[in-house]
Design a protein around this ligand. Structure first.
Ligand code: 4AZ
Length: 345
């Protein structure tokens, strides 16, 4: 891929069915207007500098017009000033406010130089945080807003003093990209060690994180979202590379499959201890799993638009990667309303 990446922003009024007003995370801004609403939708296009901008603009206009005709109704469609160039800094700051975007996977907005090295600010998983006590990594956590993270309750067992904790971001533990102080720790009121239920906590930072390409929030699913089993999800963390093994300095990722709770509750697996607030993920044959030190960190899946949602929090398991002993995660949809009650998000 060569060339610059011009940005186009579509700001014409669109019908709600197309803009997705009020559905889940906002991909469109819906503003009141005389006699209705105006939906502002951000569309980003990637093309090479060899392409003819004017021709492309006309082509895009034609496609959008055609698609809008498929939505009958009273929407007034005005695309006369719809596409405009935007500098990539402005475009990037708009994109960074969206949840769940990972953009270094495509060439879009990437400034990586061919033959260059990965740097600590090219965060692959921008919502991943390291929770550290006395400057030692203890647990993972996930950024869900400019000030809030979610993690596991068991990370704070006998360690609830926020002044002892810091949060770092970036791909490497050492040196960290950024470090924040913790203001508040809220552990689920029903969490009781050594039980594994209600293994969730939210952490408020002392200062706001200004979102960047390297550090921004994940999306949260709605509480009524049905999470299908057998789909792939990705777990990330600086946890042990094998049971009670060494911890890496560079963030690790593993793709795991979501396992039906009925299967996970089989006698030879977890024999009925998996409750509705838990989610199993991994492989019954073993081999790939989260491990000690990954706790509190994210289990995420992309939606059809490649926006990543937090569906699980690394919680527990019988050691790591053993056959019939997949990882067990706190089920985020089950605790979605609890997160709202504690954080307002
Ligand atoms: C732990 O002790 C832990 N294999 C985390 C995840 C798993 C097991 C143990 C899942 O933090």
């Amino acid at each position: 891929m060569t060339g610059q990446i011009p940005m186009r922003v579509l700001t014409g009024p669109l019908p709600c069915e197309l803009a997705g007003c009020g559905v889940g995370e906002k991909r469109a801004k819906v503003l009141p207007d005389t006699g209705g609403v105006v939906a502002q939708v951000l569309l980003m296009f990637l093309f090479s500098s060899a392409d003819n901008n004017i021709e492309l603009q006309q082509l895009l206009n034609r496609i959008v017009q055609q698609r809008l005709k498929m939505y009958p109704g009273s929407a007034r469609i005005d695309l006369s000033s719809s596409f405009r160039d935007m500098d990539s800094t402005t475009a990037e700051s708009i994109l960074n406010e969206f949840c769940g975007l990972r953009y270094n996977r495509s060439a879009a907005l990437s400034s990586r130089v061919t033959g260059g090295m990965d740097t600590s600010w090219s965060s692959e998983w921008p919502w991943q945080a390291s929770l550290q006590r006395n400057n030692i990594h203890r647990c993972g956590a996930t950024l869900i807003s400019n000030t809030w993270l979610v993690s596991a309750a068991h990370c704070f067992r006998n360690a609830k003093n926020p002044q002892k904790w810091t949060v770092s971001f970036g791909t490497y533990l050492r040196p960290p990209l950024m470090v924040y102080l913790v203001k508040t720790i809220i552990v689920h009121e029903k969490y009781r060690y050594p039980a594994n239920e209600y293994d969730i906590a939210v952490v408020k930072l002392a200062n706001r994180v200004e979102f960047s390409r390297a550090v921004h929030r994940v999306c949260l699913p709605d509480s009524d979202e049905i999470i299908p089993y057998n789909i792939d999800a990705v777990v990330t963390g600086w946890g042990a590379l094998n049971n009670y093994g060494e911890t890496p300095n560079i963030l690790q990722e593993a793709t795991v499959k979501l396992i039906d709770t009925n299967v996970c509750n089989r006698r030879e697996v977890y024999d009925g201890v998996i409750t509705p607030g838990m989610l199993c993920a991994g492989y019954l044959e073993g081999g790939v799993d989260s491990c000690q030190g990954d706790s509190g960190g994210p289990l995420v899946t992309p939606d059809s638009r490649s926006m990543w949602y937090l569906i699980g929090i690394v919680s527990w398991g019988d050691e790591c990667a053993k056959p019939n002993k997949p990882g067990v995660y706190t089920r985020v949809t089950y605790f979605r309303n609890w997160i709202t009650r504690k954080t307002g998000l």
